[in-house]
Design a protein around this ligand. Structure first.
Ligand SMILES: [Zn+2]
Length: 252
């Protein structure tokens, strides 16, 4: 059933592109129909098929020939692949849908954070009660674990941000990161929060160091943290338990 997940995920991915483009500029995500940002022609249904239309149009607008960013088929493919992986890991059912919903939210957040350096409250704030409510159903975590996850996620980053500001007198981490980690905690529990912070700090530090090496002198961290939190949370979904047991066995 993975291929059903893949196709469903690609269609959702097409909607995620709309959210990524329109949410930060406060446009409605339902109306109007998608338009070419260059010439303003609305996009025909036939030219709106995920990935396939991009390939058929050779990455250009049918009306004016403007280049369609590679970002669009990339998000659709990522979304499709993650949906297929969710079906493979959690089975064809509610759990896969729930976890894919979390991944979809993380994809939107990642690309908006990369573009605008903001994490939209419109995603994270509703995500917290949705994750908590879902924990009452059958699934990975209990409502108590979800609640502790929210507090641990929001609280730990709040302390880090507060400490950083106290020491450097400069604002480092945004409130958006704090709400994002609280949302991740609501879905994945405190276990997922610990893992996410671990992976995000590791990958974020490596990327930060690479950037500092490339342009020396400018030590100010210009790396948005949201994408790394998203990477950590998605990694936890698919390889979290395996990595934890491997890590614990290694440090013993
Ligand atoms: Zn056009």
């Amino acid at each position: 059933m993975e291929w059903v997940g893949f196709i469903f995920g690609m269609i959702v991915g097409s909607f995620l592109n709309v959210c990524i483009y329109r949410l930060p500029v406060s446009q409605s995500i339902v109306r109007p129909r998608s338009r070419c940002p260059q010439c303003g022609h609305s996009i025909r249904s036939l030219d709106n098929i995920p990935v396939l239309s991009y390939l058929l149009l050779k990455g250009r607008c049918r009306d004016c020939g403007a280049r369609i960013p590679l970002r669009y088929p990339l998000v659709e493919t990522l979304s499709g692949a993650f949906a297929a992986m969710a079906v493979a890991r959690f089975g064809f059912g509610g759990q896969a849908v729930l976890m894919f919903a979390l991944i979809a939210a993380l994809l939107i957040i990642t690309f908006i954070d990369l573009d605008h350096r903001i994490i939209p409250d419109a995603i994270t704030l509703p995500g917290i009660p949705v994750g908590l409510a879902a924990s009452f159903g059958p699934g990975l975590i209990s409502p108590l674990e979800s609640l502790i996850g929210i507090l641990a996620g929001g609280g730990s980053l709040f302390l880090v941000a507060w400490g950083y500001q106290l020491i450097t007198q400069r604002e480092g981490m945004g409130g958006g990161d704090i709400k994002l980690l609280a949302m991740i905690g609501a879905f994945l529990g405190w276990q997922g929060v610990l893992f996410t912070i671990f992976v995000a700090s590791l990958t974020g530090t490596l990327a930060g160091m690479a950037l500092i090496f490339r342009r020396r002198g400018n030590m100010k961290l210009a790396v948005p943290f949201g994408p790394f939190l998203a990477v950590g949370a998605i990694a936890y979904l698919f390889i979290g338990t395996e990595l934890w047991s491997w890590y614990i066995a290694a440090v013993r």
